[in-house]
Design a protein around this ligand. Structure first.
Ligand SMILES: C[S@@+](CC[C@H](N)C(=O)[O-])C[C@H]1O[C@@H](n2cnc3c(N)ncnc32)[C@H](O)[C@@H]1O
Length: 264
């Protein structure tokens, strides 16, 4: 059992008041270790003088949010699962639904995931029929998403035809085309606090739930389930399989993909 550190408890409370982010819902040990190492790297002695500085310095606060939220992403992250999406999940949803699919990339970070979804769907639908809703807590990350400039490395998994079609070189970087960008709507949302939009056929929430406590995750599974249409699909990250999905009204359809069970 971890002993309670009053300084960290105060830091969490004060931070929640300052930016409305509740660190109690993130795995404690991991988050505390990360913040401690960030503050000492920046020359602060402890949580209290660091918080005083965060209050006064908006740049430092942005740096903190950026670090705490861990924005790493890439196009077609975990390629095998994107192949399952293309070969099985999307064709089944397309056959089942009349018309375009409603898709949500929850915790979209710098845009690689929602833009990957648009590119994948472009193989099934006209671009103008594709709309992906993308949300994240970190506005700085979504600003980068809207700029759409990426490293070559982040596109390693992307099929070469999609890369050639939808990216242009910009110095040593790659710029994604407006045709893809314009199909995504970004919105700031805290998955731990805000109410969830509804009516989706597919929800991707990948590589963020690992940072949350079990209680927070379970609440999210319930909310995502309610956000899905009948037989809608929930796509999670490679280390985020749901234990006992039936408890949350899901059944596992493929590894890392869960289908909403319809209640009789
Ligand atoms: C590692 S990235 C995942 C990006 C993408 N889904 C992927 O799998 O590559 C984690 C993202 O979760 C976001 N995040 C962290 N806590 C959040 C919260 N409470 N609500 C919404 N997004 C959150 C971070 O800002 C970050 O962009």
């Amino acid at each position: 059992m971890e002993t309670i550190d009053p300084k960290y408890e105060d830091f969490k409370k004060n931070l929640n008041r300052l930016i409305n982010v509740d660190l109690n819902l993130y795995k404690e040990k991991q988050m505390k270790r990360r913040i401690s190492s960030l503050l000492s790297r920046n020359g602060y002695k402890g949580f209290d003088d660091y918080f005083e500085a965060l209050k006064k310095d908006s740049e430092l606060l942005d740096q903190f949010i950026n670090y705490m939220t861990i924005n790493v992403s890439e196009f077609y992250r975990n390629l095998a699962q994107w192949n399952v999406l293309k070969d099985t999940i999307i064709p089944a949803l397309k056959a089942e639904r009349n018309g375009p699919l409603k898709i949500w990339s929850a915790a979209c970070s710098t845009g690689e995931e929602p833009y990957s979804l648009v590119m994948l769907l472009s193989q099934f639908y006209n671009l103008r029929e594709i709309n992906v809703f993308a949300s994240d807590l970190d506005e700085g990350a979504m600003k980068k998403a809207k700029e759409g400039i990426y490293t070559v490395k982040s596109t390693t998994n992307l099929p070469i035809d999609l890369k050639n079609k939808y990216f242009t070189k910009e110095g040593s970087m790659l710029k994604i085309s407006n045709d893809i960008k314009s199909r995504v709507e970004f919105k700031k949302m805290d998955l731990l606090k805000d109410s969830y939009p509804k009516g989706f056929d597919l929800i991707c929430c990948r590589n963020v739930m690992i940072y949350f406590t079990d209680e927070a995750k379970e609440e999210m599974y319930r909310k995502f389930n309610q956000s899905l249409m009948p037989y809608g699909v929930f796509f999670v990250g490679s280390t985020e399989q749901i234990i006992s999905p039936d408890k949350f009204n899901f059944k596992s359809s493929k590894t890392f993909f869960y289908e909403k069970i319809e209640k009789k």
